[in-house]
Design a protein around this ligand. Structure first.
Ligand code: SF4
Ligand code: SF4
Length: 129
């Protein structure tokens, strides 16, 4: 899911997963709990134990924390405070393996799957800047 601090990160020109899946997580990750970080005002209660990012529990999801235009230029406004479900969602090939959920979200937004060298090219870009 989109990071804020590397403009060569392919997620920054995507954002599809934040506008395709429901982002649900244990309520204790919100700042309503002593050690939580996710701003509670950006979440909704799902059940007794779980909450969701606002905007993601609906037929055409789009997380309230996602700013920008899908497929062009996006960022997560709570990147440093995002939930575990967001932090643990790997983009395809970022760890050397594909993620079909990443590919599926991108396809839903008309974007082709990331290629195995997507992150290598990002590193090359970083080195060149
Ligand atoms: S909190 Fe950030 S990373 Fe998580 S779904 Fe929303 S925009 Fe995406
Ligand atoms: S769908 Fe994949 S490439 Fe797009 S923002 Fe999410 S993890 Fe990154």
């Amino acid at each position: 899911m989109p990071a804020m601090n590397s403009y060569s990160n392919p997620c920054l020109t995507c954002g599809a997963c934040c506008a395709f899946y429901r982002a649900s997580f244990y309520w204790g990750e919100t700042d309503d709990a002593p050690t939580g970080t996710v701003p509670a005002e950006l979440t909704e209660q799902l059940n007794d134990f779980y909450c969701v990012m606002k905007g993601t529990n609906q037929p055409n999801p789009r997380c309230i924390a996602l700013h920008g235009v899908i497929g062009e230029n996006v960022f997560c406004t709570i990147h440093a405070r995002r939930s575990s479900v967001c932090r643990e969602f790997d983009a395809s090939w970022v760890s050397g393996i594909p993620n079909e959920r990443c590919d599926k979200a991108r396809a839903a937004w008309g974007l082709s799957p990331l290629l195995p060298d997507a992150w290598t090219r990002s590193e090359d870009l970083l080195k060149a800047t």
